[in-house]
Design a protein around this ligand. Structure first.
Ligand code: ZN
Ligand code: ZN
Length: 918
């Protein structure tokens, strides 16, 4: 046992030490005992793009609380960690780095960012794939290391020996295998279709990566003259520049107005191309004039119309969103410059009928916010309908439970309307698509290994596909690829399907849905049994945290300042399912105060424990061995079981049960609140105060007083309940308690040390009555300005049992309420006398010989209040001084913060007393 417990709790002194200890000892590898139930979760792999943010911290706290809780319940727990290569995001960051290195002296700002990006892209092409990918791997080493360090510091109880990365060789093999098998089954195909193209990122992106924004646009009405010179058709469009690619005008076949013109030809203005008028059901007669232009190469719906009517496709906008050769005189112009030029020319020729305001939805790139361009492009696609069917079924059948429940409908709706997924990306960092083209005979080879020659014509030179796969293609395999698939490994057999997945709603379709589809396809089973969707972390005003708003809280900074345990607790106690989380420094500060409370209680107990004779301490260590099958029970004194003992054990059992119930339905906030309330307001405020005289009394000889056994057992059991939330401080204190069988860590001990047997409603009721008397007496004293005096009191009740109960607890009541003497009367106290405090159970009246000088008391309190206000202002000023905060040694700052919270508590008490005086 350590000789000295530091007076001030300083998380930085203990947290890094335990974080290292847990990792070095590999404590969180699942055991080999296959007869035990197991619990497995594979981490939502953070992107290697940078540091973890508050959203990760929330996610990891929730996961870790559950993992630690399951582990303490005797399950073989595997939390498998890992990271994602994040193809497009990482490539953009590395490009920016290259740009920044080349032009280091630019001033910060949006302008510089885009200059760096352009320069970075240029340097990437200059370096070639080999050099660039080397840079990406270097980035991965650094960033991946930082993420791991941050997670260790958070106390994440992962099995680091199973750490995975989506581009590990073994993982890449799984990606290849899935691609080839899906291709062979016809579920992956290549084709020229309209895709969302980001002209800035230079790649296709999936529908999910496009953010739709409402913008004020315009509707241009353009006249398309009939070929035979007999008038014109009026066509409305939101994108006049794309008319250069029109190959038809379409009307609805049911639209009477246009029936006579179907089949006739019009002349495309500006380019003078002859195009037909076709009838297609897709056309909405209510839009514009009811006649629309058809631009198959730049609009997904027009592409479909063109297929139905066998229309040619003319590409007029290129991959950089500039006008192509086919745009004739407009070639080389940017798409928006071309718009102005086209509108201007139409107006000059009298072909522009009118312009109207028109709200429209504009798709922008999720990564860079550039307006995406629908573009005809040869890409690889995955057929989703056949994969979605089993994934819909397992959720409908309840084989996967989605929590909160409302997300289930959102999931099913999306899955029912799913479209094919464009899986190829024109990027360098990622899994290269395993395809080779034979230019000699046109054959396409899809293979697990690089083919030596074309299997059709034996030509030796094959051209490899340069596109890579969408990041989410590999992430979709995460639950089984991390466990060793395609090999039939022991881990795969043991841990698949996993038990739980936790993620934010923003990636439910990107990732959650696709994992379910791939799991059903390749493992013929669900990837996880429950899917918990967590909330967002917002600031105290419920605003989303964002760099531009300047309200981002950095997890590293906040943990350094307040300690990891406090941050974890603040997050957990705010995490109610389906509700966004408000998070602020104030909140964390109040849970740092909770950690202080735990520390002080532990210190008080341990310091007094050290005063016990050694043989007594040894006996106590034995008493802290849970009785098999029973756990802890209160022990009785020479005569009877003391009321506070049976009460606190009863409360402990109830709180344990309630915490179990709350955690099994993801009510983190409730579990955290229960243990918080129990520890602070029941264990510390009442139990500890109650037994203090016995605990501080000297112990004679070798006997072990029952009060010590009970106190130590309740404290030990409380640390167990707190451990999943606050693993550091509880581990530290637990190691200081005497144990006969220590074990390496509190986190490997059982969660519940007390069973339902100790629940005792009679004791709880009795204790409540005594509590009520003490509280009533304290309030009465304050109202009369007698806080610093010891008046006598009279208690009256109709109920003889109440009087008897209070009489037996008399000594404690006098001490905790600060009374001189108590006398008991059957019946009621006449209210007319004044000063009577009536409760449903008893009446109380205080007696005081000297008349109370309320004015003097008020003056004294006011003086005290003013002094505290001055002191508080001074300390606050110091804490707001950035220079002091950054320069002063950590323990000095900590000391000032400590004084601030002490002054605050005192100040509030004085205000309360003043209020009571009236
Ligand atoms: Zn982009
Ligand atoms: Zn060939």
């Amino acid at each position: 046992m350590a000789a000295e417990i530091p007076k001030v709790y300083s998380p930085e002194a203990i947290e890094p030490r335990w974080a290292r200890y847990w990792v070095e000892r590999k404590l969180y590898r699942p055991g080999d005992d296959l007869s035990q139930p197991r619990f497995c979760l594979v981490i939502p792999p953070p992107n290697i793009t940078g540091l973890l943010h508050m959203g990760h911290m929330l996610e990891h706290t929730e996961i870790d609380v559950l993992m630690r809780w399951h582990r303490m319940r005797g399950e073989n727990v595997l939390w498998l960690p890992g990271t994602d290569h994040a193809s497009i995001a990482t490539q953009m960051i590395v490009e920016r780095e290259l740009g920044r290195e080349a032009l280091p002296d630019l001033p910060p700002g949006a302008e510089t960012e885009s200059t760096w990006r352009r320069e970075g892209q240029r340097r990437r092409r200059e370096m070639g794939p080999e050099g660039f990918l080397e840079r990406c791997w270097k980035w991965k080493e650094e960033s991946g290391g930082t993420i791991r360090h941050q997670m260790e510091r958070l106390g994440a109880s992962c099995d680091w020996t199973r750490d995975r990365f989506t581009m590990d060789p073994a993982y890449s093999r799984a990606v290849l295998e899935v691609f080839v098998r899906l291709y062979e089954e016809g579920l992956i195909y290549r084709g020229k279709y309209i895709v969302n193209w980001c002209p800035r990122c230079g790649t296709a992106v999936s529908d999910l990566e496009v953010i739709h924004e409402e913008r004020q646009g315009k509707l241009w009405y353009i006249r398309y003259p009939f070929e035979d010179g007999s008038g014109h058709l009026s066509v409305a469009t939101t994108r006049p520049e794309s008319m250069l690619g029109d190959t038809a005008v379409a009307v609805n076949p049911a639209d009477e107005r246009y029936r006579p013109v179907v089949g006739r030809n019009v002349v495309l203005p500006l380019l003078e191309r002859i195009i037909p008028v076709v009838a297609d059901e897709f056309v909405d007669p209510q839009f514009g004039t009811g006649a629309v232009k058809v631009t198959p190469a730049h609009d997904a719906n027009d592409f479909e119309i063109a297929l139905r009517h066998n229309l040619p496709r003319v590409e007029v906008i290129d991959e950089e969103a500039r006008m192509s050769e086919a745009a004739g005189p407009y070639r080389g112009l940017d798409r928006y410059e071309a718009r102005d030029a086209v509108v201007q020319d139409l107006r000059e020729r009298g072909l522009l009928e009118k312009i109207e305001d028109y709200p429209l939805s504009v798709g922008t790139c999720q990564r860079c916010k550039t307006v995406v361009e629908p573009r005809l492009s040869a890409q690889w696609f995955m057929k989703m309908k056949p994969l979605a069917e089993p994934a819909i079924r397992v959720v409908e059948q309840g084989r996967i439970r989605i929590v909160p429940e409302n997300y289930q409908k959102i999931y099913l709706d999306w899955m029912t309307n799913i479209h094919d997924w464009c899986i190829s990306r024109q990027l360098w960092w990622g899994h290269r698509i395993p395809v080779w083209y034979c230019d000699a005979c046109g054959h396409v080879v899809v293979a697990r290994e690089t083919p030596a020659a074309c299997p059709k014509c034996r030509a030796q030179s094959l051209r490899p596909e340069t596109d890579v796969l969408d990041t989410w293609f590999s992430s979709a395999l995460w639950p089984f690829a991390t466990l060793g698939w395609p090999d039939d490994t022991q881990d795969l057999r043991r841990f698949y399907p996993t038990d739980l997945m936790i993620m934010g709603f923003d990636i439910l379709f990107f990732w959650g849905a696709r994992m379910i589809m791939m799991g059903m396809k390749f493992m013929n089973d669900v990837p996880f049994r429950e899917l918990y969707i967590h909330a967002l972390v917002r600031d105290a005003e419920k605003q989303k945290m964002s760099k531009t708003k300047g309200n981002v809280i950095d997890p590293l900074e906040v943990t350094e300042r307040f300690g990891t345990d406090a941050v974890r607790f603040a997050l957990a106690i705010s995490a109610a399912p389906g509700t966004d989380i408000t998070f602020s420094y104030d909140k964390v500060e109040s849970y740092r105060a909770f950690a202080n409370k735990i520390w002080n209680a532990g210190r008080f107990i341990l310091m007094n424990l050290q005063k016990l004779p050694e043989p007594t301490r040894d006996k106590l260590a034995t008493a802290l061995q849970p009785i098999p099958g029973v756990g802890f029970e209160p022990v009785a004194g020479p005569e009877h079981l003391a009321l506070p003992d049976s009460w606190i054990f009863s409360r402990l059992a109830t709180v344990s049960r309630e915490m179990n119930e709350a955690l099994s339905s993801y009510r983190f906030h409730e579990a955290a609140f229960k243990v918080y309330h129990f520890f602070w307001h029941e264990f510390c405020d009442w139990y500890l105060e109650w037994v203090k005289p016995e605990i501080t009394a000297a112990v004679e000889g070798e006997k072990l007083p029952p009060v010590w056994v009970n106190l130590a057992r309740v404290f030990e059991a409380s640390l167990h309940l707190l451990q999943p939330f606050m693993p550091f401080i509880t581990e530290e204190l637990w190691h200081q308690l005497p144990h006969t069988i220590q074990g390496p860590s509190l986190s490997l001990r059982p969660f519940n040390l007390v069973g339902e047997r100790v629940v005792d409603p009679v004791s709880e009721k009795q204790f409540q009555i005594v509590q009520e008397l003490i509280v009533t007496a304290r309030n009465a004293k304050a109202e009369m300005g007698l806080q610093n005096q010891k008046p006598s009191a009279q208690v009256a009740s109709d109920d003889l049992r109440v009087l008897e109960l209070l009489r037996t607890q008399q000594e404690t009541v006098l001490r905790l309420a600060g009374l001189q003497a108590l006398n008991f009367t059957r019946g009621h106290l006449a209210a007319s006398v004044g000063g009577v405090h009536a409760t449903p159970t008893f009446d109380l009246r205080l007696f005081h010989e000297e008349p109370v000088d309320r004015e003097a008391e008020r003056a004294r309190l006011q003086k005290e209040r003013d002094k505290l206000e001055r002191q508080l202002a001074q300390v606050k000023k110091q804490l707001e001084n950035q220079e002091f905060l950054s320069r002063a040694p950590r323990d000095v700052v900590r000391g000032v913060e400590h004084r601030h919270s002490e002054l605050n508590v005192h100040y509030r008490k004085v205000l309360e007393s003043l209020e009571r005086l009236g």
